[in-house]
Design a protein around this ligand. Structure first.
Ligand code: ZN
Length: 340
């Protein structure tokens, strides 16, 4: 099969890889209808995360089940399925509490490399959620978005305790931040402030439900959020970047008693203890337990209540994955969908 492989920072090649096979009786093999490039893939592409020899790329996937192992009972060949970037049994105590991305049996899908034609999914019964039927082609991008960016933005909003009558600020205008806006809207937020200085992203944010745009960043951004919230700060702040600046911007934009939901993968973030102590801010985040939200998100997409697939502003055949990485790295594209 064809699959994208990272050889060194900036060096993505699409090459022949071995077709995945059933290894454990709980595995499934799916044929990908679509896959995509994640903002978190850029950390290794940019050399900020170490690249240790050629590594298959990709952890976002939606497609049709080809084959299942002998112990898989809930998922059947022919079904269209969506899964998340961690395989999970969905039965252990942590899964049952809604933290499938900390499942005691979790396995990272990134190691399998989802930017390819086929993918082995471990713990298929726990990991995969089937759609009611084979989807029409125009729903595939939105269903793929549920695999990570929508699920992650949604968790950011839930972790930030977004609810009716809340004011929400979103730090980060990548796909996760934009879908955090969509999630906040669905969860009933009254006011949603998107922090972005890029016009096409601002437009998308407004389309997803943002009521205000703040272009300033850092201390100036915090000051603008305070200005817009009677000097208090937002009730809920979604942090979708993962840098020192964005994390402090999120914490400082939150009112005492408010909540930060942080879903940007943290790189070099160090929190000042004393400031945190006096801030009275709740912090919750981490790798999103996307599996918790998948049934609800698939239902919203299937019934065309939400259209998260709009975050894909560039679609390429998988053989052109390298161009997709360049486009995201240079911020020419918000999110790139790859068609195997
Ligand atoms: Zn589990």
């Amino acid at each position: 099969m064809r699959g994208a492989v990272l050889h060194a920072p900036g060096d993505v090649r699409v090459e022949d890889r071995d077709d995945p096979k059933i290894i454990e009786p709980t595995d499934a093999i799916i044929r990908l209808s679509a896959t995509c490039i994640c903002g978190s893939d850029l950390w290794s592409y940019r050399g900020i995360e170490e690249v240790d020899g050629p590594s298959p790329l990709g952890h976002e996937y939606a497609g049709v089940v080809q084959e299942v192992g002998g112990q898989v009972s809930r998922i059947r060949p022919g079904q269209f399925v969506v899964g998340s970037f961690f395989a999970s049994d969905n039965t252990c105590e942590l899964c049952q509490a809604g933290y499938q991305s900390s499942c005691i049996h979790r396995e990272p899908l990134g190691a399998e490399g989802a930017q390819a034609e086929f993918l082995r999914v471990p713990l298929a019964d726990g990991t995969l959620v089937a759609t009611p039927d084979l989807p029409p082609d125009d729903l595939v991008p939105s269903l793929l978005a549920a695999s990570d960016v929508l699920g992650t933005g949604w968790f950011g909003a839930v972790a930030a305790d977004v609810g009716p009558r809340t004011t929400v600020a979103v730090v980060g205008d990548g796909a996760v931040g934009l879908l955090g806006v969509l999630a906040a809207r669905q969860l009933g937020a009254e006011r949603i402030i998107a922090m972005s200085r890029h016009q096409p992203r601002q437009q998308l944010a407004v389309g997803f439900g943002a009521t205000d745009i703040v272009e300033e960043r850092g201390d100036d951004g915090v000051a603008r959020i305070k200005e817009l919230t009677g000097g208090l700060g937002a009730h809920s702040v979604i942090e979708a970047v993962g840098t020192q600046e964005s994390m402090l911007q999120a914490i400082r934009s939150t009112r005492p008693g408010g909540h930060v939901g942080y879903v940007g993968v943290a790189h070099g973030v160090e929190l000042p203890g004393e400031e945190l102590f006096f801030s009275h801010v709740h912090l919750h985040g981490g790798p999103a337990p996307v599996r918790r939200f998948l049934p609800e998100l698939i239902d919203l997409i299937w019934n065309r209540r939400i259209d998260p697939g709009k975050v894909f502003d560039l679609q390429l055949p998988i053989d052109e994955a390298a161009e997709g990485y360049r486009a995201m790295d240079e911020r020419r594209a918000i999110k790139v969908l790859l068609r195997p």
